[in-house]
Design a protein around this ligand. Structure first.
Ligand code: P6P
Length: 338
């Protein structure tokens, strides 16, 4: 590194200078998201010492038990974003319906959708978890509250996507369409500092991430692909290494940096897959494409899917371009395992 300390705020301002029409409102919005993630990071890292581990006794729209930290992260993001005058509506993986801006606050032109604390079932075991977010411009007329229509936009329309991983260190990774940048939180002065400029994911990886306990529930082409990548063949660098934490942001972040493929296929148990299009697949697809990788649902590019409902699930195959291309050969049954 050149010795210069580039904070997230400085990076966003320098990025925004590339847009003559930029008003600084996006910079404020990103700073609010970063502030919320610092609060969440503090509580995730203190969870073991405070009475915020464990469950709230309630169940979310996904039918999953809500952890206290899930609820805290959701409320923290909402409170950080609902009053700044930059948003017109929000949607969260933890909230059944859209989150309107309270009447007493001004409306803005941005829409923010997020998974406040993905992978939270792992929290009690101290496994890294994460926040995932997307920012869109509103599509409904200004001056009125945003609506579900503003949230149901194709991933192609994202103006920003990012995630925060609360692990051995807290990192915020984001793109606005000009490359992918990673910032590490320096807890000594509470700033996100540029640590991974212009992240590019390897064209081909050595890692595959999938929950193989569902093998019998997958469609045949997926079974064929997994059998193929596990066969021993030095000439084609097989078998690949299996790495699966069960926390999407952790599995994705590792594969983004090292190369590889993450798969969450449809199955008899989850015919549309398990992961959510708005809060997980779209933001990570924007990031991986900006890093030179690919993301598909088995039939098309994730970013081209037209969402029909807030909590829509999707199959997700995401990672290194060559690994996705090989998978596509199996999914189109062009390739059979001998
Ligand atoms: P499974 C966590 O609950 C999550 O939503 C993602 O973070 C993770 O990738 C996936 O589910 C794990 O699902 O079915 O393998 O336990």
């Amino acid at each position: 590194m050149s010795g210069k300390i580039i904070t997230l705020t400085r990076h966003i301002i320098e990025e925004q200078r590339k847009y003559p029409t930029a008003t600084g409102k996006f910079t404020d919005l990103m700073n609010d998201i970063a502030f919320a993630s610092k609060l969440i990071s503090y509580h995730v890292n203190k969870a073991g010492l405070m009475d915020i581990l464990g469950e709230t006794g309630s169940v979310n729209v996904q039918g999953e038990v809500v952890k206290k930290l899930d609820q805290f992260a959701n409320e923290t993001l909402i409170k950080a974003l609902d009053h700044n005058g930059h948003t017109c509506v929000m949607a969260s993986e933890e909230s059944d319906d859209i989150i309107p801006i309270p009447d007493e606050y001004p409306l803005g032109k941005y829409v923010v959708v997020f998974d406040p604390l993905d992978g939270s079932s792992n929290i009690d075991a101290n496994v890294s978890v994460g926040t995932i977010f997307s920012v869109y411009h509103r599509v409904t007329p200004e001056g009125r509250p945003g609506s579900v229509k503003d949230c149901l936009q194709q991933g192609l329309k994202q103006i920003c996507a990012g995630y925060v991983i609360y692990g051995s260190s807290t990192m915020l990774v984001y793109t606005t369409g000009n490359g992918v940048y990673g910032f590490t939180l320096d807890p000594s002065y509470g700033e996100f500092v540029l640590s991974h400029p212009n992240i590019k994911t390897p064209k081909k990886g050595k890692i595959y991430s999938i929950n193989e306990s569902y093998f019998e529930f997958w469609d045949e082409p997926v079974k064929q692909y997994v059998r193929y990548i596990k066969q021993v063949d030095g000439d084609t660098n097989r078998p690949m290494n299996s790495r699966y934490i069960g926390s999407l942001v952790s599995d994705f972040h590792r594969n983004l940096l090292y190369g590889g493929i993450f798969l969450y296929p449809p199955s008899k148990k989850a015919p549309k897959g398990k992961l959510r299009l708005l809060y997980e697949a779209n933001p990570l697809a924007f990031i991986v494409e900006q890093a030179g990788g690919r993301a598909i649902d088995g039939k098309q590019r994730i970013l081209e899917v037209v969402p029909k409902e807030l909590h829509q699930r999707t199959p997700l195959y995401i990672g290194s371009a060559d690994d996705i291309a090989l998978l596509e050969k199996f999914l189109s049954s062009e390739k059979k395992v001998d």
